[in-house]
Design a protein. Structure first.
Length: 365
C-alpha cells in the first residue's frame, strides 16, 4: 500500500475535510451549549488531529520533493547550488517514505474501546494460597501503574484470604485511554517463587487469571430488567460491624447467560447494586465482543496473542528477577520495577507488536 496511490490521497483528503468541519462546529455557540454534542465532537477532533497533522507534513515534504526535482533539471545551476538542491531532494524523498509509514499506522482502524474505562478482575488459579497472594501482588502492580498514568482506581468487590491475598478482586480503572493501556493484560499470569510458607526453599509455580473488560454503558449494551434476579444478603469479611449487621450486599444473576455478579464492598445496598450492574454490563458486553471477534476470520491473526483468558501470557520468575511475555518473546530482567508499576516498556512493546501485525494483515488484504 502506497500513500501516493490516488485512493489513499482521497481518503486522507476526506479526513482533512472532516477535521475542518468538526473544527468549525466546536466553535459554534449552539454546539457549545449542547454538552453531549460538544463532548462527542471534541473526542472526534482529538482522533482526527494526529492524522491531519501528519498528512499536512506529508504534503509539505511532497512539495519540497517536486520543487527540488524540477530544479535538478536546470542545467544552468552552479555546482554548489546543484549539490544543495540534490541534498534537499534526497532528504525530502526520505521524509516522504518515513511519513508514509507513520500515516499507514495512523489510518489503521482504531479499537472503539481504547478510550474507555476498564474493569479488571483478578482471580487466584492453580496454587492455592500462593496464587491468592500473587493476585494481591498483581492488584498492587496495576494500581501503582494506574496511578502513574493519572488514572483513578476503585475496588468494586473482593474476597480476601486469611494471609492477605485475594481469591478474587474486581476493580475499575477510570481515565482517558485506560483500556488501550490495560487490554493486553487479559490471560494467565504465572509466578515462580519460593512461598513464605515453604520451609525447604523449593520454588513453586502458581497461576493467577486476569480479565480486562471495557466499561460498557447503556448505548453499548442494554439489559432487560426482566432477565435479572437480584438478591440481597449480609456482607462478610472486612468492613466493620455496619457491613455485617445489614443486608447491604447484592447478588445479581443474569438469567439468560447464568452470569452472576456479587458486590459487598460499598456501605449501602444502592451503591453495591450500582457497582454490580456496572460489572454485569461489562461482562455481558465482553461476551458479545468475544463472539463478534470469533466470527471475523482475520481478527485472530491480526492481534497479539489469542485474547483467550486461558492463554498463558506472562511468567514472573522471582529467583531470576525476570518477567517474560510469551506472546512477543520479550524477557526483561527488572521484576521489582515491574511489580512496582513500571509497566510502560512491556505495554509499549505489546502495542508495537500488535500494530505490526495489523499493518501486515492490512497489506495482505
Amino acid at each position: 500500500m502506497c500513500i501516493r496511490d490516488r485512493y489513499m490521497i482521497n481518503k486522507l483528503e476526506e479526513v482533512e475535510k472532516r477535521f475542518e468541519t468538526v473544527n468549525d462546529l466546536v466553535c459554534h455557540p449552539d454546539v457549545i451549549a449542547d454538552l453531549e454534542q460538544y463532548t462527542k465532537l471534541m473526542k472526534e477532533l482529538k482522533q482526527l488531529t494526529p492524522v491531519v497533522e501528519k498528512f499536512r507534513e506529508y504534503k509539505k515534504a511532497q512539495e519540497s520533493f517536486e520543487e527540488s526535482k524540477e530544479m535538478l533539471g536546470d542545467s544552468s545551476l552552479d555546482d554548489d547550488f546543484a549539490e544543495m538542491v540534490k541534498e534537499e531532494f534526497e532528504q525530502s524523498k526520505k521524509d516522504i517514505e518515513r511519513i508514509e509509514e507513520q500515516l499507514k499506522v495512523l489510518l489503521l482502524p482504531r479499537d472503539p474501546n481504547d478510550d474507555k474505562n476498564v474493569i479488571i478482575e483478578i482471580r487466584g488459579g492453580a496454587g492455592g494460597e500462593e496464587s491468592a497472594l500473587f493476585a494481591g501482588v498483581l492488584y498492587r502492580m496495576y494500581s501503582m501503574y494506574a496511578e502513574s498514568k493519572g488514572f483513578k482506581t476503585e475496588v468494586l468487590s473482593s474476597s480476601e484470604t486469611g494471609l492477605g491475598g485475594y481469591k478474587e478482586i474486581s476493580f475499575s480503572v477510570q481515565g482517558d485511554g485506560a483500556y488501550s493501556r490495560f487490554k493486553f493484560e487479559s490471560g494467565v499470569h504465572r509466578v515462580q517463587r519460593v512461598p513464605e510458607t515453604e520451609s525447604q526453599g523449593r520454588i513453586h509455580t502458581s497461576t493467577t487469571t486476569v480479565a480486562v473488560l471495557p466499561e460498557a454503558d447503556d448505548i453499548d449494551f442494554e439489559i432487560n430488567e426482566k432477565d435479572l434476579q437480584i438478591d440481597t444478603f449480609r456482607s462478610s469479611g472486612a468492613g466493620g460491624q455496619h457491613i455485617n449487621k445489614t443486608s447491604s450486599a447484592i447478588r445479581i444473576t443474569h438469567i439468560p447467560t447464568g452470569t452472576v455478579v456479587e458486590c459487598q464492598d460499598q456501605r449501602s445496598q444502592h451503591q453495591n447494586k450500582d457497582k454490580a450492574m456496572m460489572v454485569l454490563r461489562a461482562r455481558l458486553y465482553d461476551m458479545e465482543k468475544a463472539k463478534h471477534d470469533a466470527e471475523i476470520a482475520g481478527e485472530r491473526k491480526a492481534q497479539v496473542g489469542t485474547g483467550d483468558r486461558s492463554e498463558r501470557i506472562r511468567t514472573y520468575n522471582y529467583p531470576q528477577g525476570r518477567v517474560s511475555d510469551h506472546r512477543i518473546n520479550l524477557t526483561l530482567y527488572k521484576l521489582e520495577q515491574i511489580l512496582n508499576g513500571d509497566l510502560d516498556e512491556l505495554i509499549d512493546a505489546l502495542i508495537t507488536a500488535d500494530t505490526a501485525e495489523k499493518l501486515k494483515a492490512s497489506q495482505e488484504d
